[in-house]
Design a protein around this ligand. Sequence first.
Ligand code: PHE
Length: 462
Amino acid sequence: MSVVMKKPNTANEEVAVTRDTFGSKFGIVAAAAGSAVGLGNVWRFPYIVGENGGGAFILIYLACILVVGMAAMLCEFLIGRRTGTNAVQAFKKLAPNTPWFLTGWMGIITSVLILSFYSGVAGWCIHYMIASLMGGFTGLDAGGINQTFGAFITGYEPIFYQMIILFITAGVVFFGVKKGIERVSKILMPLLVVLLVLLGVNSLMLPNAVAGFEFLFKPDWSGVTPESILIALGHSFFTLSVGMGVMMTYGSYIKKSDNLGTSVVSITAADTSIALLAGIVIFPAVFSFGLEAAEGPGLVFVTLPHIFNNMPFGQLLGGVFFFLLTIAAITSTISLLEVNVAYLQDTFNWKRSKSTIAVISVIVVTSIICSLSNTEVLGHIKLFGLNFFDFADKVTNDYLMPIGGLFIVLFTGWYMKKEDIVDELTVEGQKPWYVEPFLFIVKFVAPVLIAIVFLNTIGLVG
Ligand code: PHE
C-alpha cells in the first residue's frame, strides 16, 4: 500500500511524495525480523560465544537485549514513524539546527562498513551451499574441513559470491520496499527455523552432546572480561539491527495504526530464539567432534559440514540449510542498503533506482577491499592490528553501534517531547502500561549502562 505524504523540499515548497508502507502488521514484523535474523544469529553469535567462554557471556548478552536493545529498537521505530523519513532527515526534522543529525550520518557510515564484510560472509554461504550439494565435504575429517575453509577465504572466489549477494540485494531494493522485502521474509524465514530445530535435535543426540549443552547454559564467570561485556553489548545491537538507523528507516514505513511495542517484542523474541537455537546446533557438535569452541569467525563453517557429514541426507540438508542462511543474510543486507537508498531518495529527490545504483557502486568497492584483505593482496595492511575485514566487523560492533545506540536513546529520552513519544506509542486511544518504564530506561538505565561498559573497557572504572 502506498500513502501520499506532504513533505517540504529544500526550497520549502510542498511536494507530494509517495512513500511505501508495509501491507500488513505481519509485513513489517516479517521485514524487520528479516533484518534482525541473519548471519548475526547463526554465524556471529556462536563464534563470539565460543571465544568468550559460553554460558556467562550468553546471560550478559540476554541482559543487554532485554534492557538496552529492545528499548533502542522502540526508539528507532518511533522516531522513524513520527518523522516518516530516513535516519539523517529524521533527526533534522525533530531537532532542527542541532548536531543530532550526525547520529544519522554515523548510521550511514556504519551500514556501509557492515555491508562490506557482511556481504562477504553471505557469499561464503553460497559457496557452502554449492559445496554441500556437490558432496564437497564428504569424507573430510576435521583437519580437511578446516583446510578447505582456510584455502577458500584466502582466495579470490569469495569476491565472486559477494558480488552475487550485492547484485541480488540491489535488485530487491531497486524494486521497492513492499514488493521485495516483505515477500522474501514471509516465506523462507519460517523454513529456516524448522531446519534449525531439526538440526538442534540432531546435535543433542550426538555423543558427548552434554558437554556442549553445559558450555552454553552453565555460566562460568571466570572467563568474563570487561571486553567480553562490550562484545555482548555490541552484539545485542548488531543482532537486533539497531544503533545505525535500519529500524528507524523501517519505522518510517510502519502504518500509524500498528502497535510498535508488540512489534518490538515479536521481533526480539524471534531473533533471540534463533540465536539460541544456533548455539544448540553448534556447541554439542563442537564438543562431540572434538573441535575448537574458540575457533573464531570460521566456527560455523567448520562445524556445520561435520554435522551434515554425520547425518542422514546430510548433503541435501546442508545445501538447503546454506541456501536458507543465504536468504536470511540477504534480508539483512537489504535493510542495510535501504538505509542509504532512503537517505538519497528523501534528500535529493532521486528515484529509488538511481539511489540504489549510486550506493551499490560505492559498496562494491568497499566490499572488494574487505574480501581482498583476507588474501595476500591486501592482507598485509593492518588497522590496529586487524585486516580491513576484521576491522570493519570490530569497529562497527564494539564501537559504532553502541555509540549510535547511546545517542538514539539519549535523543529519545532527553530531547524528544514526551507528548510525541506517548502519542506514537498510544494504540487505539490507550496509553500502554510500558510507556513510563520505557521512558525511565531510555533516560537513565540504558545510557548509564552503555557508558559504564565503555568506561570499564578502557579501564576507567571497575
Ligand atoms: N541483524 C543482522 C544479523 O543479525 C545484521 C544487521 C546489523 C542488519 C545491522 C542490519 C543492521 O545478521
